[in-house]
Design a protein around this ligand. Structure first.
Ligand code: HEC
Ligand code: HEC
Length: 308
């Protein structure tokens, strides 16, 4: 497959490859044919610096043989493997095809390992040392790049080890989040709130919700502006897990703490994406990694009954 809009570059590279190989063959043939000895002392007749002469010592035959083998190998390789522009090669081999085949093979081999977990509840899987070792490995390979290897997240990437959830921390919600992904959207609302002063007052009110306000006069002035926010963040900023709108009345800040961070959120909004893992991970893998995530903030319940 080509990423270009037409085949010009593919054909260009293909032509350059074939012409280079043929040119090598031609060069080899011409030099083999040409007789350069012009005198009977086995020199070419060139003389430099008074007495320097160029002897005619042709390449050893085995060396010439290597050249020929290389040329033949190059042509055969290009016939069977992708190398000539858009031509796929007679074997139809591709790096992504080999990768897909290996993934399918690994999934098949691992199916019995996962089979035990598909029927188990997340709370019980989280109590199994082997499942947690698998879950940790899946997490390191697929999630740690965003959520951190300790799953504590960073600015913009939620901490998965605490009990503060954007979308809910029940096993079902965690599985849903991982499978389908999430898109958290906070629209830019600076203009709707008013001028820079109004935005500052509102930011102070938001800070007051978690007892962090530094200017109670501004906070009181900003209170009425919060109606625009309560639609998503709830009255009093309790948050709304259906929308992924974080609670504003706690001390957990996904996008930074303080007046300036809140002003930036109001003016700029946010579009934050958790990529869907279905298609990348199997259903069973998602269940195991969800159990691992659930286990980071909950005690596993080996017994059948689970309560949160
Ligand atoms: C490309 C970065 C990225 C990767 C990879 C990623 N996540 Fe996320 N994840 C996010 C972001 C960003 C959010 C927050 C989404 C939002 O703000 O709406 C999130 C949210 C979540 C949540 C919801 C947290 C809550 O408070 O409700 C869970 C659970 C989660 N991720 C688990 C995982 C797991 C498990 C993996 C690996 C299979 C993973 N994530 C891979 C970026 C990522
Ligand atoms: C349409 C729904 C919606 C409205 C309206 C809305 N928000 Fe948000 N807000 C969100 C979502 C969703 C997020 C989380 C973004 C993400 O997933 O990263 C968020 C995040 C925030 C954050 C960051 C919280 C943190 O933990 O860092 C602040 C602060 C905030 N909003 C303040 C406000 C204020 C103030 C208003 C009113 C002017 C407002 N929001 C209106 C949906 C909304």
């Amino acid at each position: 497959m080509s990423d270009f809009i037409n085949n010009f570059w593919a054909n260009y590279v293909a032509a350059a490859s074939v012409v280079s190989i043929l040119a090598c063959a031609l060069l080899l043939w011409l030099t083999a044919r040409k007789r350069v000895v012009s005198s009977d002392d086995n020199t070419t007749g060139h003389v430099w610096d008074v007495d320097l002469r160029e002897a005619n010592n042709p390449l050893p035959l085995w060396w010439v043989g290597l050249f020929v083998i290389t040329i033949v190998f190059g042509l055969v390789y290009l016939a069977f493997y992708p190398g000539l522009g858009a031509y796929d090669g007679k074997f139809g081999w591709s790096a992504s095809g080999q990768y897909q085949a290996e993934v399918a093979q690994a999934d098949k081999e691992l199916a019995p390992v996962y089979a035990a977990y598909t029927a188990m509840p997340v709370e019980a899987i989280a109590g199994e040392a082997r499942a947690m070792a698998i879950g940790e490995r899946i997490f390191m390979n697929n999630c740690a790049l965003c959520h951190g290897s300790d799953a504590r997240g960073s600015k913009g990437f939620p901490n998965l080890t605490d009990t503060d959830w954007l979308y809910g921390g029940t096993p079902d919600k965690i599985i849903e989040t991982i499978t389908k992904g999430r898109v958290g959207v906070m629209p830019p609302l600076g203009a709707a709130v008013g001028g820079a002063d109004d935005v500052r007052n509102l930011a102070q009110y938001v800070l007051s919700l978690s007892g962090s306000s530094t200017d109670s006069v501004r906070a009181a002035l900003g209170k009425s502006k919060f109606t625009a926010c309560a639609a998503c963040h709830g009255i009093g900023g309790v948050g709304n897990q259906a929308l992924g709108a974080p609670a504003l009345n706690d001390k957990v800040w996904l996008h930074g703490f303080g007046q300036e961070a809140i002003i930036a959120m109001i003016n700029g909004g946010k579009h934050n994406v958790m990529p869907a893992q279905e298609g990348r991970l199997t259903e069973a893998q998602i269940k195991v990694v969800a159990s691992y995530v659930w286990g980071l903030s909950n005690k596993a319940q080996p017994a059948a009954k689970a309560s949160n």
